[in-house]
Design a protein around this ligand. Sequence first.
Ligand SMILES: [Zn+2]
Length: 206
Amino acid sequence: MAVAMTETLAHDLVDAGRRLERRGWALGTSGNFSSVVSREPFLLAITASGVDKASLSPEQVVTVGSDAAAVAGSGAPSAETHLHLAVIRVRGAGAVLHTHSVWSTLLSDLHAERGEVVVTDYEMLKGLSGVKSHEHEERVPILDNSQDMPALARRVEATLRSRPKAHAFLLRKHGLYTWGSDLAEAVRHVEILEFLFEVIGRRGRA
Ligand SMILES: [Zn+2]
């Protein structure tokens, strides 16, 4: 049962990852994607480290436990598994997606001093879970980048706890993290946020 479920999730993650790569949001080996297999015991399917997202395959998805150690699959889990686990701990998310788009990278740098990107009054905001009106104010926090993943995971956890309404966060000069109750919702959040970031980025330049 668990094996069959993991295989289905691995295929769904591959479809989602390749879809995001085709949009230019996870070029090369950048980005990583995860989906919760089970809560008790906790198991997470996540893309392996260093794999090209254009040719992502189900064999490149590994299963990890709550300590980020691999329990099944070949290849090492992404170094950023700790960040996925932090999001799941705080938000109870069913899937977490991390992309490296041009616009999220640019805005995470341009808005770094104020510590957030504020998005308001756009109709597309209604694509975010629970948002009913364009008048919603989405505040996307920006965290400084780091290669110390356990330390960064602690900062992610603290930031999300202090901002219970945030649907996403940015790592400075790095990229976007967003999530959903399931994979479909997480993909939708990537698409909505990337759309909004591009609008804000292009507007600023116009
Ligand atoms: Zn990354």
